[in-house]
Design a protein around this ligand. Structure first.
Ligand SMILES: C=C(O[C@@H]1C=C(C(=O)O)C=C[C@H]1O)C(=O)O
Length: 128
C-alpha cells in the first residue's frame, strides 16, 4: 500500500486539490443541514408544547403518512433514493415524538398536585 492512514498519501496534487474542493462543499452542506435541523427542532418543540397544553397525543400518524408521501415525491424528483428519504424522515420524527412525550410527561407531572409547576412544564432539551 502506498497510501497513508488518511487515504491521501501518494496522490497527484491535482486530485488532492479536487478532493479538498469537494470536501469544502460537503462541509458547507453538512453545516446547512445542521442549521436546518436545529430550526426544524425549534418548531417541533413549539408543536410539542402546544400539544401538551391541549392534551393532544405526541404522534400524528396521518400527518406523518402525508409527509412521507410528499418527501418520497420530492426525493424522486431530486434523484435521491426515496427509500433513504423515508428512512431519514422517520428517524427525525421518532426523535421529535420522543421530545413530545418528554414535554407531555413534564406537563402531567407539573399539574398532578404540584401547584408550583407551570401547566406546560419545563421545555424538553433539544437532545437528551
Ligand atoms: C411535529 C409534529 O409531531 C410529530 C412529529 C412530526 C414531524 O417531526 O414532522 C410529524 C407528526 C407527529 O407525529 C406534528 O404533529 O406536526
Amino acid at each position: 500500500m502506498t497510501t497513508s492512514s488518511t487515504g491521501t498519501g501518494d496522490v497527484d496534487p491535482a486530485v488532492r486539490e479536487e478532493l479538498a474542493r469537494l470536501r469544502d462543499s460537503i462541509d458547507n452542506i453538512d453545516a446547512a443541514v445542521v442549521h436546518m435541523l436545529a430550526e426544524r427542532f425549534k418548531c417541533t418543540q413549539q408543536v410539542g408544547r402546544l400539544k401538551a397544553e391541549h392534551r393532544l397525543p405526541p404522534a400524528d400518524p396521518a400527518r406523518e403518512a402525508r409527509q412521507i408521501t410528499r418527501l418520497r415525491t420530492l426525493a424522486e424528483n431530486a434523484k435521491l433514493d426515496p427509500a433513504f428519504a423515508e428512512k431519514f424522515l422517520n428517524f427525525i420524527i421518532a426523535e421529535v415524538i420522543r421530545h413530545h412525550e418528554h414535554i407531555a410527561d413534564g406537563a402531567t407531572r407539573s399539574t398532578a398536585g404540584n401547584s408550583a409547576g407551570s401547566p406546560t412544564g419545563t421545555p424538553a432539551p433539544t437532545t437528551d
